[in-house]
Design a protein around this ligand. Structure first.
Ligand SMILES: Nc1ncnc2c1ncn2[C@H]1C[C@H](O)[C@@H](COP(=O)(O)OP(=O)(O)OP(=O)(O)O)O1
Length: 644
């Protein structure tokens, strides 16, 4: 054997050893990932178990209290649920006489007593549970005024309207108010008689107005600045789902006014997001109060979306007409165009539906909002622009025509339902092509893809309680019992089985490799077609068309995407973002003989019935349609989506 062939042989062996090592590494990574997931679940369960066994804690369901740095004992916590503080009489009086409320909801009194005691606090409470009261009521019971940082002008306006109604003086500073008005408000900040109890400002104002900061400085010295409330506090963190750059500068408040208690409020922050907010806002050892996110009165359901747009709207229309006749609801859509289209299609089917999106003029928007609130309009077909500040108590359904971009977003959007604590339904229509429409939109967002895939995972799941899937995202554990059959998976008879999809997945890999060998990129639609033997002839040469149905084909592709056997690949032009499929980091594992991949699949044709009425309103029991999900087309970046 000459030297060069020996070298070639060694090189070949080295390549093969390296390839094998890479596979081993992948397997190790996969196992480590699994280990981390299980360990974290174990820890959460242990903690919950400990709480449940702790007889000193009478209620284990509704709340938990932590403090970063020091841990507050349960007794100490409970102390703040009491009514023997110097301000308690005034607090209770105002609750009843001013706010016209009969009693506190879970954690409200604790939060109010803590902030009135001067503690820095993060209050994590589901949307619609009454966070605002936790700073509005203390504001009324304190000298001077409370500074409230709010991201949206519309939110401020709503709050001020409400406060005026109950005779609580409040003011706001934002770009939309007149110069004279702004001047009067600035003067009020330093007025010892405090003409307002709450001052609402945008984070931009804090970041940009030196005059405002100097007025606040004077108010601080005169002890007129009683409290700082930062609404939607998760906007501080890039890890939150709604990062806003101006929030990052709010650390100045605690640096300039260290003695003023700060209250951060959010409906969606995880503990890591809160840790980040703590640093950004320069608060030391804040107490975190978290109310349970479990909205027990909401029924969660996922339906497969018809790939034909008109048919999908038709499905929604018949759902509304059969289940929610004369009831109030929201249909969330992906784009402004969808809002116009879906609402007009619903109107054609005799449903009083109107669109709402960011591109409408302010008058039309507020008219739709007003008339819907007054029940003159039954359904608002909206983009996510219809979000913060929507506080209609009797919303009986929130239907998503397109999936949300994350579980957190979904939780918040669907959470507009059932604020009056009566039953309400939250239904998502899950379509294959929608995944990629949204994917191109969130591609530039930090962890945007990851969050979208979590949402997809939620939708594709067949066997786990939807509540428990959501709970993970809020560091909570809600078991199936806690669901009380208030989601479709807990209601449905078991109509799925675990199917070995290894061979199918290998076929997909083969198609991808064939396309790569032809220097061709495949969109999800082209991949589906090639696998089903419908694409261009060149794709069909070596690969036998699959025997799976289109719905199953799409399900396998989604599974492979979720599990890392496939991944997204984007290509950008100034006007458009194209989405292609690529082999994922786990694809080489399929070359190993012993490696298998499985997934849960429906054993019926998808027509299994939901066995229980949805929300106690005589609904549900609707058979699931057996539909096929469409593939994709490259998505234009110019689609107006109102994504935040
Ligand atoms: N103790 C209470 N009893 C009855 N209703 C209450 C109570 N506290 C608040 N509410 C009502 C007032 C509002 O109509 C509704 C929602 O309150 P709100 O403070 O706007 O919620 P929130 O701030 O937690 O929601 P979001 O996250 O959407 O801003 O609940």
């Amino acid at each position: 054997m000459d030297g060069s062939s020996e070298t070639n042989e060694m090189q070949a062996e080295l390549d093969s050893v390296e390839a094998e090592l890479e596979l081993v590494q992948l397997q190790i990574t996969e196992l480590l990932q699994k280990q981390a997931e299980l360990t974290s679940r174990k820890n959460v369960l242990l903690e919950r178990l400990g709480e449940a066994c702790d007889s000193a804690q009478p209620s284990s369901s509704a709340s938990s209290t932590e403090s970063c740095g020091h841990v507050m004992s349960k007794q100490e916590m409970q102390h703040y649920d009491g009514t023997d503080f110097p301000w308690s009489k005034e607090v209770v009086w105002n609750l009843k006489e001013l706010f016209k409320l009969s009693k506190f909801r879970p954690l409200q009194l604790r939060a109010i007593n803590m902030t009135l005691s001067g503690k820095d606090l993060f209050l994590v409470m589901p949307t619609g549970r009454g966070k605002s009261l936790c700073y509005q009521l203390p504001a009324v019971c304190s000298k001077g005024f409370t500074l409230v940082i709010t991201p949206l002008v519309s939110l401020m306006e709503d709050q001020i309207m409400y406060l005026q109604l109950i005779n609580v003086p409040a003011a706001m500073l934002n770009a939309s108010i007149s110069k004279n008005n702004a001047k009067a408000v600035m003067a009020g900040i330093t007025d010892p008689k405090s003409p307002f109890k709450l001052l609402y400002v945008t984070p931009e104002k804090i970041a940009k107005s030196k005059l405002l900061m100097s007025c606040l400085e004077k108010a601080y010295k005169a002890k007129l600045l009683s409290r700082i409330a930062v609404d939607e506090v998760h906007c501080c963190s890039q890890w939150g789902h709604d990062f806003r750059p101006d929030y990052k500068l709010l650390g100045i408040l605690k640096r300039q006014f260290p003695k003023v208690p700060l209250l951060g409020l959010t409906a969606t922050a995880t503990s890591s997001v809160l840790k980040d907010c703590e640093k950004i806002l320069c608060v030391q050892q804040p107490i975190t109060l978290s109310a349970s996110f479990n909205r027990t009165n909401l029924y969660y359901e996922v339906r497969i979306k018809d790939p034909d747009n008109e048919a999908s709207i038709c499905d929604i229309a018949s759902l509304i007409k059969s289940r929610y006749q004369d009831q109030s609801g929201i249909v969330y859509v992906f784009s402004q165009k969808d809002a116009e289209l879906v609402s007009s299609e619903l109107q054609k089917r005799d449903i009083l539906a109107y669109p709402y999106h960011a591109n409408m003029d302010p008058d039309s928007k507020s008219r739709v909002h007003r008339e819907w609130t007054a029940n003159k309009i039954k359904v608002v077909v909206a983009t996510v622009a219809f979000g913060m500040g929507i506080d209609k108590p009797d919303v009986r359904f929130v239907i998503h025509h397109t999936i949300s971009k994350s579980i957190e977003n979904y939780y918040q959007e669907s959470g507009r339902a059932g604020r009056d604590d009566a039953s309400a339904d939250c239904i998502v229509f899950f379509g294959f092509s929608d995944i990629f429409r949204i994917s191109t939109m969130v591609v530039m967002e930090n962890v945007g893809q990851q969050k979208l895939l979590q949402m997809v995972d939620y939708c594709q799941n067949l066997d786990r309680c939807r509540r428990s899937l959501m709970a993970v995202h809020f560091d909570e554990v809600w078991d199936d019992e806690g669901c009380n059959q208030m989601c479709d998976t807990c209601c449905r008879v078991k109509d799925y089985s675990t199917v070995d999809i290894t061979e199918h997945a290998k076929q997909v890999v083969q198609i991808m490799e064939l396309a790569a060998s032809m220097d061709e990129k495949l969109t999800p639609l082209k991949l589906v077609e090639a696998w089903m033997g419908k694409g261009p002839a060149k794709h069909r040469k070596t690969i036998k068309p699959t025997t799976l149905s289109r719905q199953q084909v799409e399900a396998v592709i989604v599974r492979m995407l979720l599990q890392g056997y496939l991944r997204e690949d984007f290509s950008f032009t100034p006007y458009t973002t194209y989405f292609y499929m690529k082999l994922g980091r786990k694809a080489p594992l399929l070359k190993i003989q012993s490696h298998t991949l499985s997934m849960k699949m429906r054993i019926t044709d998808g027509r299994s019935a939901v066995v229980r009425a949805a929300s106690g309103q005589g609904k549900a029991k609707q058979p699931k349609r057996s539909v096929q999900c469409a593939g994709d087309a490259p998505v234009s970046k110019k689609i107006k989506t109102d994504l935040p």
